[in-house]
Design a protein around this ligand. Sequence first.
Ligand code: HXC
Length: 258
Amino acid sequence: MNSYQLILTETKDRVGLITLNRPKSYNALNQQILTELMDALAHFDKQKDIGSMLITGNQKSFAAGADISSMVDSSPEEMRKSPFIPTFGLIRDIKKPILAAVSGYCLGGGLELAMSCDLITASETASFGQPEINLGIIPGAGGTQRLTRAVGKSLAMEMILNNRLLSAEEALSFGLINHVYPLDEYLERSIELAQQISRRAPLAIQTAKSAINAAFEGNLSEGLEKERDLFYDLFATEDQQEGMKAFLEKRPAVWSGR
Ligand code: HXC
Protein backbone atom coordinates (compact mmCIF):
# COMPACT_ATOMS: atom_id res chain seq x y z
CA MET A 1 0.00 0.00 0.00
CA ASN A 2 1.24 3.49 -0.80
CA SER A 3 2.10 5.82 2.03
CA TYR A 4 -0.51 8.46 2.69
CA GLN A 5 -0.50 11.83 4.40
CA LEU A 6 -4.17 12.66 4.87
CA ILE A 7 -5.70 9.26 5.49
CA LEU A 8 -4.85 6.32 7.77
CA THR A 9 -5.34 2.74 6.64
CA GLU A 10 -5.42 -0.54 8.48
CA THR A 11 -6.90 -3.99 8.15
CA LYS A 12 -9.45 -5.25 10.68
CA ASP A 13 -10.09 -8.91 9.98
CA ARG A 14 -11.23 -8.81 6.30
CA VAL A 15 -12.22 -5.11 6.51
CA GLY A 16 -10.09 -2.38 4.98
CA LEU A 17 -10.46 0.55 7.36
CA ILE A 18 -9.76 4.04 5.98
CA THR A 19 -9.76 7.03 8.33
CA LEU A 20 -9.96 10.55 6.90
CA ASN A 21 -7.30 12.44 8.82
CA ARG A 22 -7.41 16.23 8.37
CA PRO A 23 -8.88 16.99 11.77
CA LYS A 24 -7.91 20.68 11.86
CA SER A 25 -10.22 21.45 8.96
CA TYR A 26 -12.93 18.99 10.02
CA ASN A 27 -11.77 16.62 7.27
CA ALA A 28 -12.58 19.11 4.51
CA LEU A 29 -12.05 17.23 1.27
CA ASN A 30 -9.30 18.51 -0.97
CA GLN A 31 -7.79 16.87 -4.04
CA GLN A 32 -5.07 15.10 -2.10
CA ILE A 33 -7.31 13.45 0.48
CA LEU A 34 -9.72 12.28 -2.23
CA THR A 35 -6.88 10.90 -4.36
CA GLU A 36 -5.46 9.04 -1.37
CA LEU A 37 -8.92 7.72 -0.42
CA MET A 38 -9.64 6.39 -3.92
CA ASP A 39 -6.16 4.85 -4.13
CA ALA A 40 -6.67 3.02 -0.84
CA LEU A 41 -10.13 1.81 -1.87
CA ALA A 42 -8.76 0.50 -5.17
CA HIS A 43 -5.96 -1.24 -3.28
CA PHE A 44 -8.32 -2.97 -0.83
CA ASP A 45 -10.65 -3.86 -3.70
CA LYS A 46 -7.89 -6.00 -5.19
CA GLN A 47 -6.88 -7.75 -1.93
CA LYS A 48 -8.23 -11.32 -1.71
CA ASP A 49 -8.32 -11.30 2.09
CA ILE A 50 -10.46 -8.14 2.22
CA GLY A 51 -14.24 -8.44 1.85
CA SER A 52 -15.42 -4.90 2.49
CA MET A 53 -14.13 -1.42 3.22
CA LEU A 54 -15.11 1.10 5.84
CA ILE A 55 -14.51 4.86 5.58
CA THR A 56 -14.66 6.93 8.73
CA GLY A 57 -13.52 10.28 10.12
CA ASN A 58 -13.25 11.31 13.74
CA GLN A 59 -15.89 11.82 16.43
CA LYS A 60 -16.32 15.52 15.59
CA SER A 61 -16.46 15.25 11.85
CA PHE A 62 -16.79 12.66 9.12
CA ALA A 63 -16.16 15.43 6.58
CA ALA A 64 -17.44 19.02 6.57
CA GLY A 65 -17.57 19.18 2.78
CA ALA A 66 -15.27 20.07 -0.05
CA ASP A 67 -12.41 22.34 0.95
CA ILE A 68 -13.87 25.79 0.43
CA SER A 69 -10.44 27.46 0.43
CA SER A 70 -9.40 25.47 -2.63
CA MET A 71 -12.51 26.50 -4.62
CA VAL A 72 -13.09 30.09 -3.58
CA ASP A 73 -11.31 31.78 -6.50
CA SER A 74 -12.03 29.21 -9.20
CA SER A 75 -13.61 30.12 -12.52
CA PRO A 76 -16.15 27.81 -14.19
CA GLU A 77 -13.41 26.72 -16.63
CA GLU A 78 -11.06 25.86 -13.80
CA MET A 79 -13.77 23.93 -12.00
CA ARG A 80 -14.60 22.02 -15.20
CA LYS A 81 -10.96 21.11 -15.77
CA SER A 82 -10.37 20.17 -12.13
CA PRO A 83 -10.00 16.44 -11.42
CA PHE A 84 -11.88 16.91 -8.14
CA ILE A 85 -15.37 15.71 -9.07
CA PRO A 86 -14.06 12.98 -11.44
CA THR A 87 -11.96 11.69 -8.52
CA PHE A 88 -15.13 11.48 -6.45
CA GLY A 89 -16.62 9.40 -9.26
CA LEU A 90 -13.89 6.74 -9.00
CA ILE A 91 -15.71 5.26 -6.01
CA ARG A 92 -18.26 3.85 -8.45
CA ASP A 93 -15.58 1.52 -9.88
CA ILE A 94 -15.11 -0.22 -6.52
CA LYS A 95 -16.69 -3.67 -6.56
CA LYS A 96 -16.63 -4.60 -2.88
CA PRO A 97 -19.12 -3.06 -0.44
CA ILE A 98 -18.11 0.19 1.22
CA LEU A 99 -19.53 1.38 4.53
CA ALA A 100 -19.35 4.95 5.80
CA ALA A 101 -19.21 5.25 9.60
CA VAL A 102 -20.20 8.83 10.36
CA SER A 103 -19.83 10.88 13.52
CA GLY A 104 -20.24 14.64 13.84
CA TYR A 105 -20.44 16.73 10.70
CA CYS A 106 -21.34 15.03 7.44
CA LEU A 107 -21.90 18.03 5.21
CA GLY A 108 -21.79 18.96 1.54
CA GLY A 109 -19.17 16.85 -0.23
CA GLY A 110 -18.90 14.82 3.00
CA LEU A 111 -22.52 13.71 2.67
CA GLU A 112 -21.98 13.15 -1.05
CA LEU A 113 -19.07 10.87 -0.16
CA ALA A 114 -21.12 8.98 2.44
CA MET A 115 -23.98 8.58 -0.03
CA SER A 116 -21.52 7.19 -2.60
CA CYS A 117 -20.86 4.36 -0.15
CA ASP A 118 -23.16 1.36 0.08
CA LEU A 119 -24.24 1.54 3.72
CA ILE A 120 -24.07 4.41 6.20
CA THR A 121 -23.86 4.01 9.97
CA ALA A 122 -23.72 6.89 12.42
CA SER A 123 -23.01 7.88 15.96
CA GLU A 124 -25.87 9.59 17.79
CA THR A 125 -24.06 12.94 17.35
CA ALA A 126 -23.90 12.81 13.55
CA SER A 127 -25.57 15.54 11.51
CA PHE A 128 -26.24 15.38 7.82
CA GLY A 129 -26.71 18.27 5.44
CA GLN A 130 -26.08 19.88 2.07
CA PRO A 131 -25.29 23.48 3.07
CA GLU A 132 -23.94 24.54 -0.33
CA ILE A 133 -26.77 27.03 -0.75
CA ASN A 134 -25.10 29.09 2.00
CA LEU A 135 -22.07 29.42 -0.30
CA GLY A 136 -24.11 30.37 -3.36
CA ILE A 137 -23.59 27.00 -5.03
CA ILE A 138 -25.32 23.62 -5.22
CA PRO A 139 -24.03 20.11 -4.51
CA GLY A 140 -21.81 18.99 -7.39
CA ALA A 141 -20.77 15.43 -6.58
CA GLY A 142 -24.14 13.73 -6.71
CA GLY A 143 -25.98 15.37 -3.79
CA THR A 144 -29.02 16.52 -5.71
CA GLN A 145 -29.38 13.07 -7.27
CA ARG A 146 -28.51 10.62 -4.52
CA LEU A 147 -30.17 12.55 -1.69
CA THR A 148 -33.38 12.87 -3.68
CA ARG A 149 -33.43 9.16 -4.39
CA ALA A 150 -32.58 8.34 -0.77
CA VAL A 151 -35.04 10.57 1.11
CA GLY A 152 -37.52 11.66 -1.54
CA LYS A 153 -38.12 14.94 -3.30
CA SER A 154 -39.74 17.06 -0.58
CA LEU A 155 -37.08 16.49 2.07
CA ALA A 156 -34.23 16.77 -0.44
CA MET A 157 -35.68 20.13 -1.55
CA GLU A 158 -35.76 21.38 2.03
CA MET A 159 -32.24 20.16 2.79
CA ILE A 160 -30.69 21.59 -0.36
CA LEU A 161 -32.78 24.75 -0.76
CA ASN A 162 -32.99 25.69 2.91
CA ASN A 163 -30.02 23.94 4.59
CA ARG A 164 -32.17 21.69 6.75
CA LEU A 165 -29.82 19.50 8.76
CA LEU A 166 -30.83 16.01 9.83
CA SER A 167 -29.90 14.49 13.16
CA ALA A 168 -28.75 10.89 13.15
CA GLU A 169 -32.17 9.73 14.36
CA GLU A 170 -33.92 11.74 11.65
CA ALA A 171 -31.55 10.40 9.00
CA LEU A 172 -32.38 6.89 10.20
CA SER A 173 -36.11 7.51 10.15
CA PHE A 174 -35.95 8.93 6.61
CA GLY A 175 -34.00 5.94 5.31
CA LEU A 176 -30.78 7.82 4.59
CA ILE A 177 -28.70 5.65 6.94
CA ASN A 178 -28.72 2.09 8.28
CA HIS A 179 -27.99 2.35 12.02
CA VAL A 180 -27.39 4.83 14.85
CA TYR A 181 -25.03 3.73 17.61
CA PRO A 182 -23.88 5.36 20.87
CA LEU A 183 -20.88 7.65 20.35
CA ASP A 184 -18.41 5.43 22.20
CA GLU A 185 -19.49 2.34 20.24
CA TYR A 186 -20.21 3.53 16.71
CA LEU A 187 -16.85 2.68 15.18
CA GLU A 188 -16.56 -0.76 16.74
CA ARG A 189 -20.16 -1.66 15.82
CA SER A 190 -19.72 -0.34 12.29
CA ILE A 191 -16.59 -2.46 11.89
CA GLU A 192 -18.55 -5.48 13.14
CA LEU A 193 -21.22 -4.86 10.51
CA ALA A 194 -18.56 -4.51 7.82
CA GLN A 195 -16.96 -7.74 9.06
CA GLN A 196 -20.24 -9.64 8.85
CA ILE A 197 -20.67 -8.57 5.25
CA SER A 198 -17.03 -9.28 4.47
CA ARG A 199 -17.44 -12.96 5.44
CA ARG A 200 -20.28 -13.61 3.02
CA ALA A 201 -20.02 -15.15 -0.46
CA PRO A 202 -17.77 -12.66 -2.28
CA LEU A 203 -19.13 -13.05 -5.81
CA ALA A 204 -22.75 -12.91 -4.71
CA ILE A 205 -21.99 -9.85 -2.57
CA GLN A 206 -20.42 -7.99 -5.49
CA THR A 207 -23.20 -9.05 -7.84
CA ALA A 208 -25.86 -7.94 -5.36
CA LYS A 209 -24.14 -4.56 -4.95
CA SER A 210 -24.09 -4.09 -8.68
CA ALA A 211 -27.76 -5.12 -9.10
CA ILE A 212 -28.93 -2.82 -6.30
CA ASN A 213 -26.97 0.05 -7.81
CA ALA A 214 -28.64 -0.65 -11.15
CA ALA A 215 -32.02 -0.31 -9.43
CA PHE A 216 -30.91 2.86 -7.66
CA GLU A 217 -29.41 4.44 -10.75
CA GLY A 218 -32.05 3.56 -13.33
CA ASN A 219 -34.08 6.57 -14.40
CA LEU A 220 -37.80 7.03 -13.97
CA SER A 221 -38.51 7.00 -17.73
CA GLU A 222 -36.77 3.64 -18.13
CA GLY A 223 -38.54 2.33 -15.04
CA LEU A 224 -41.95 3.42 -16.29
CA GLU A 225 -41.27 1.89 -19.71
CA LYS A 226 -40.22 -1.39 -18.14
CA GLU A 227 -43.24 -1.41 -15.87
CA ARG A 228 -45.56 -0.76 -18.84
CA ASP A 229 -44.01 -3.63 -20.85
CA LEU A 230 -44.39 -6.04 -17.95
CA PHE A 231 -47.95 -4.86 -17.42
CA TYR A 232 -48.85 -5.54 -21.07
CA ASP A 233 -47.15 -8.96 -20.96
CA LEU A 234 -49.43 -10.05 -18.12
CA PHE A 235 -52.37 -9.79 -20.48
CA ALA A 236 -51.03 -12.96 -22.11
CA THR A 237 -51.64 -14.96 -18.89
CA GLU A 238 -54.55 -17.10 -17.76
CA ASP A 239 -54.36 -15.51 -14.34
CA GLN A 240 -55.18 -12.11 -15.79
CA GLN A 241 -58.24 -13.54 -17.52
CA GLU A 242 -59.30 -15.44 -14.41
CA GLY A 243 -58.67 -12.53 -12.04
CA MET A 244 -60.68 -10.02 -14.00
CA LYS A 245 -63.49 -12.44 -14.82
CA ALA A 246 -63.73 -13.52 -11.17
CA PHE A 247 -64.06 -9.89 -10.14
CA LEU A 248 -66.83 -9.24 -12.65
CA GLU A 249 -68.57 -12.49 -11.70
CA LYS A 250 -68.28 -11.60 -7.98
CA ARG A 251 -66.48 -14.82 -7.02
CA PRO A 252 -63.00 -15.61 -5.66
CA ALA A 253 -60.33 -16.15 -8.30
CA VAL A 254 -58.70 -19.56 -8.75
CA TRP A 255 -55.07 -19.02 -9.74
CA SER A 256 -53.33 -21.44 -12.10
CA GLY A 257 -49.99 -19.68 -12.22
CA ARG A 258 -50.08 -19.68 -16.03
C1 HXC B 1 -12.52 24.35 4.40
C2 HXC B 1 -13.30 24.09 6.54
C3 HXC B 1 -14.49 23.51 6.05
C4 HXC B 1 -14.63 23.36 4.64
C5 HXC B 1 -14.60 23.57 8.20
N1 HXC B 1 -13.41 24.11 7.86
N2 HXC B 1 -15.27 23.20 7.12
N3 HXC B 1 -12.34 24.52 5.72
N4 HXC B 1 -13.62 23.80 3.86
N5 HXC B 1 -15.70 22.78 4.10
C6 HXC B 1 -12.37 24.64 8.76
C7 HXC B 1 -12.69 26.04 9.25
O1 HXC B 1 -12.33 26.99 8.31
C8 HXC B 1 -11.86 26.10 10.51
O2 HXC B 1 -10.52 26.32 10.16
C9 HXC B 1 -11.96 24.69 11.05
O3 HXC B 1 -12.30 23.86 9.94
C10 HXC B 1 -13.03 24.53 12.09
O4 HXC B 1 -14.22 25.10 11.60
P1 HXC B 1 -15.06 26.20 12.41
O5 HXC B 1 -16.01 26.83 11.45
O6 HXC B 1 -14.17 27.10 13.18
O7 HXC B 1 -15.83 25.25 13.44
P2 HXC B 1 -17.32 25.33 13.97
O8 HXC B 1 -17.67 26.71 14.39
O9 HXC B 1 -17.41 24.23 14.99
O10 HXC B 1 -18.24 24.96 12.73
C11 HXC B 1 -18.15 23.72 12.13
C12 HXC B 1 -18.91 23.76 10.78
C13 HXC B 1 -18.40 24.91 9.93
C14 HXC B 1 -20.40 23.89 11.02
C15 HXC B 1 -18.66 22.39 10.10
O11 HXC B 1 -16.96 24.83 9.85
C16 HXC B 1 -18.95 24.94 8.53
O12 HXC B 1 -20.07 25.38 8.32
N6 HXC B 1 -18.15 24.49 7.56
C17 HXC B 1 -18.49 24.57 6.15
C18 HXC B 1 -19.51 23.52 5.79
C19 HXC B 1 -19.91 23.63 4.31
O13 HXC B 1 -20.35 24.68 3.86
N7 HXC B 1 -19.73 22.55 3.56
C20 HXC B 1 -19.99 22.52 2.14
C21 HXC B 1 -18.72 22.88 1.39
S1 HXC B 1 -19.01 23.04 -0.34
P3 HXC B 1 -9.59 27.38 10.96
O14 HXC B 1 -8.32 27.37 10.21
O15 HXC B 1 -10.33 28.68 10.94
O16 HXC B 1 -9.49 26.78 12.34
C22 HXC B 1 -19.13 21.46 -0.87
C23 HXC B 1 -19.45 21.33 -2.32
C24 HXC B 1 -19.15 19.98 -2.87
O17 HXC B 1 -18.96 20.52 -0.17
C25 HXC B 1 -19.19 20.08 -4.33
C26 HXC B 1 -18.74 18.88 -5.07
C27 HXC B 1 -17.56 18.22 -4.68
